[in-house]
Design a protein around this ligand. Structure first.
Ligand SMILES: C[S@@+](CC[C@H](N)C(=O)[O-])C[C@H]1O[C@@H](n2cnc3c(N)ncnc32)[C@H](O)[C@@H]1O
Length: 245
C-alpha cells in the first residue's frame, strides 16, 4: 500500500493563482474586510478561502469547488475516468467531482450525483438529493442506474463535531456504506474511490477492498490540504462478487 501525492497535469494552480498565493512571488496575505461581528472560526475559514490558490483556480476554470482538483489529480495518477463510463458520485455537492466526471466520460457516459444537500442543476449530470445512509437510498440509486456502474466515487464527509475520534468513525461509516453499495453495483473491472481520514480504523475497509479489487492504494492529492487528515482509498479492477469473499 503506497501513500503518494497526486501530481502531474493539472498538478498545481496556474501561474496566476500561484502568484496570488505568494508561491511565485512574495504577496501580502488577504484579510477578511468584514471580520467584525463574525465568529473567529468563520473569519479563519474565509481567510483560508481568500488565500487558497486552488479556490482561485477552481473559479478560473469554472469548477464549483476546489475538490474538483482532487479527482483530477487522482485520475491523473491512476487513470480512473474514461469515455462512456457510468459513474456514481456520492457526496456530490456542490458539484466539482461530478463536473470532472462528466467532462471525462462524455456524452456516451452517465454521471449520477447524490447528496444530502440540494445541488444546482449540472448539465449532463443526474442529481438525487438523498441521505446515502438512509436504508432506502442504495435501492433508489440502483433503480436510477438501471444496470451496472463502472465507478463508484465517494467524497462524502460528515459535518465535523470537533471530536476527532467521533468524526473518524463517522467518515469510516460513510466509506464502508459506499463500499457496500459499490460491491452491489460495480461491473467486473470497475473502480472505487472513497475519502477517509487517517486515524487507525481504516484497516478493516482496506482488507475488504483487497479481497474485492486487484489493486488498492492510498492517495493524498496535491490539492488536499496538508493539514487535513483526509486521504483517498483508490481501488481498481473489481472482481465479480462470489468469486473472492
Ligand atoms: C467534501 S463535500 C463533497 C465535495 C464534492 N465532491 C465536490 O467536488 O464538490 C462532502 C459532501 O458529502 C455530503 N454528505 C455527507 N454525508 C452524506 C450522506 N449521508 N448522504 C449524502 N451526502 C452526504 C455533504 O452534504 C457534502 O456535500
Amino acid at each position: 500500500m503506497s501513500r503518494k501525492s497526486g501530481g502531474g497535469k493539472p498538478s498545481g494552480p496556474s501561474s496566476r493563482a500561484e502568484r496570488s498565493s505568494g508561491r511565485g512571488q512574495r504577496q501580502l496575505r488577504q484579510r477578511v474586510r468584514t471580520a467584525k461581528g463574525r465568529r473567529a472560526s468563520s473569519v479563519r475559514w474565509l481567510e483560508r478561502q481568500l488565500n487558497d490558490p486552488w479556490v482561485a483556480e477552481a473559479k478560473a476554470r469554472g469548477y464549483r469547488s476546489r475538490a474538483a482538483f482532487k479527482l483530477l489529480q487522482i485520475d491523473e495518477k491512476v487513470g480512473l475516468l474514461k469515455p462512456g463510463q457510468r459513474v456514481v458520485d456520492l457526496g456530490a455537492a456542490p458539484g466539482g467531482w461530478s463536473q470532472v466526471a462528466r467532462q471525462k466520460v462524455g456524452d456516451r457516459g452517465r454521471v449520477i450525483g447524490i447528496d444530502l444537500l440540494p445541488l444546482d442543476p449540472l448539465a449532463g449530470v443526474e442529481l438525487l438529493q438523498l441521505d446515502f445512509l438512509d436504508e432506502a437510498a442504495p435501492a433508489l440509486i440502483r433503480e436510477r442506474l438501471d444496470g451496472p456502474a463502472d465507478l463508484v466515487l465517494s467524497d462524502m464527509a460528515p459535518q465535523t463535531s470537533g471530536h476527532a475520534s467521533t468524526d473518524h468513525l463517522r467518515i469510516m461509516a460513510l466509506a464502508e456504506a459506499a463500499l457496500d453499495f459499490a460491491v452491489e453495483v460495480l461491473a467486473p473491472g470497475g473502480g472505487f474511490v472513497a475519502k477517509v481520514w487517517q486515524g487507525g480504523s481504516e484497516k478493516e475497509l482496506l482488507d475488504r477492498l483487497k479481497r474485492r479489487f486487484a489493486k488498492v492504494r492510498h492517495l493524498k492529492p496535491a490539492s488536499s490540504r496538508p493539514e487535513s487528515p483526509e486521504l483517498f482509498v483508490v481501488a481498481l479492477g473489481f472482481r465479480e462478487p462470489g468469486k473472492t469473499e
